[in-house]
Design a binder for this molecule. Structure first.
Ligand SMILES: Cc1cc2nc3c(=O)[nH]c(=O)nc-3n(C[C@H](O)[C@H](O)[C@H](O)COP(=O)(O)OP(=O)(O)OC[C@H]3O[C@@H](n4cnc5c(N)ncnc54)[C@H](O)[C@@H]3O)c2cc1C
Length: 377
């Protein structure tokens, strides 16, 4: 098939987190992009919603991710410059817990191996500098100076907008129903009955990606519901970014994380309830049940005593999780690649992943990211 007969060199299915940043990365490399989005960039029915996402450089989940995180730090700043907006606030990040426990030990090992600067603050210093947290004797905090939070809706909107400015075409309210590899190209069929021919296709469909995955991968993923809650306080000044870094606190098997206030009213807390499978991302229950409210209130009352423990707002979003919590990034066919299964962690390194996917499409895959290849299943 001659290039002239193609509608675009690359088709992207979904312009959520991964699709919008990929469209931007490809368009700035001069690649013709046609992206399909069943809703519109920045919508709140997938993994994007609730204003903020954690960004961290010291990464207990695996030192192999740190090059992606470093690339992403640079790329988020470049996106801010190109879009003329603020996306990342580096207010620092605290990881709080038992220094002998797996989480803090793993975090310190990863930071050491990757030369990410961190400070270990002893209990007394954490208590003095960050009285917002309840601390137990012996608990320490690892301060990651480069951590912070990303404004998620703004990031996706900005990436899509900058991509379109650079020549990418985004078809909104266009659901893709089928991808067919056809010799040197891929046929993309939509629910509206249109079909489009692209040189290569990338599935960036988040929680909905399963329908486009080969069976061996489809059985290795599931969509999960992730809960977020927001709390009020009598002293909102104590929860602004200059006094309240993002945090993750592990204690007695309980996990909780949160962000400083971004609206001068509420503080967001998450992680209390483990993400759980949902059969249909479309029909996810956004509200917390009474039992969920009770569980979150109980933990917030214990870990963050300065917040009113009854949530002012609750919400829930979905993400696609893989069996090993590592995303699927790479080829699944001769002309089809995927970036999905980001397992509740993918926002922070989205532009780094996008650059890695652009390399895959160009035939120059970075061997450092082989550990994310779908071929492992
Ligand atoms: C509540 C919550 C909190 C999180 N917190 C953090 C955090 O603090 N830090 C962090 O790094 N990560 C976090 N994550 C994870 C991160 O947000 C996700 O891993 C990431 O956003 C996933 O991006 P995605 O592009 O795969 O999915 P999405 O952003 O959901 O994008 C998928 C897109 O594909 C579109 N689509 C699907 N099917 C079709 C189709 N057939 N045709 C056309 N379009 C289609 C969808 O409409 C959607 O826009 C969190 C996730 C959740 C849910």
């Amino acid at each position: 098939m001659a290039a002239a007969e193609l509608d675009a060199q690359v088709g992207i299915i979904g312009t959520g987190t991964m699709g919008s940043t990929l469209a931007w990365q490809l368009a700035r490399r001069g690649v013709q992009v046609l992206a399909f989005e069943q809703f519109a960039p920045g919508h709140d029915r997938g993994a994007v919603g609730g204003e903020t996402r954690l960004f961290r450089l010291a990464y207990a989940e695996g030192h192999q991710y740190v090059p992606l995180l470093r690339d992403s730090l640079r790329l988020w700043r470049e996106l801010e410059d190109e879009a003329g907006t603020n996306i990342l606030t580096q207010c620092g990040g605290l990881s709080i817990g038992d220094p002998e426990g797996d989480y803090i030990a793993g975090l310190l090992a990863s930071a050491r191996d990757t030369a990410v600067p961190v400070d270990v603050l002893p209990t007394a210093e954490v208590a003095e500098r960050y009285p917002q947290h309840d601390l137990r004797d012996g608990e320490v905090a690892v301060l990651d100076h480069q951590a912070g939070y990303l404004r998620c809706e703004q990031a996706v909107l900005s990436a899509a907008r900058v991509a379109e400015r650079a020549g990418a075409e985004v078809l909104r309210y266009t659901e893709v129903t089928e991808l067919v590899e056809d010799g040197d190209s891929v046929l993309v069929r939509t629910a509206g009955g249109s079909s489009h021919r692209v040189g290569q296709a990338v599935v960036a469909a988040g929680s909905w990606a399963t329908r486009f995955l080969p069976p061996r991968l489809a059985s290795a993923v599931e969509s999960r519901r992730v809960l977020l809650s927001w709390f009020g306080t009598e002293d909102i000044d104590a929860y602004r970014p200059d006094r309240f870094p993002i945090f993750i606190h592990h204690r007695d098997g309980q996990h909780v994380y949160g962000m400083p206030t971004v609206d001068d009213v509420m503080v967001k807390v998450a992680g209390v309830i483990t993400a759980h499978p949902v059969p249909n991302p479309e029909a996810v229950e956004r509200r917390h049940s009474a039992a969920e409210v009770h569980q979150v209130s109980d933990v917030v009352g214990k870990f963050l005593p300065g917040l009113h423990p009854e949530p002012l707002r609750t919400d829930a979003f979905t993400d696609l999780y893989t069996r090993d919590d590592r995303p699927l990034v790479g080829r699944v066919g001769n002309r089809i690649a995927v970036t999905t299964g980001h397992s509740g962690r993918g926002f922070k390194y989205a532009p780094g992943i996008a650059a890695a996917v652009a390399d895959v499409l160009a035939g120059t895959a970075d061997p450092r990211y082989e550990f994310l290849s779908p071929s492992r299943f």
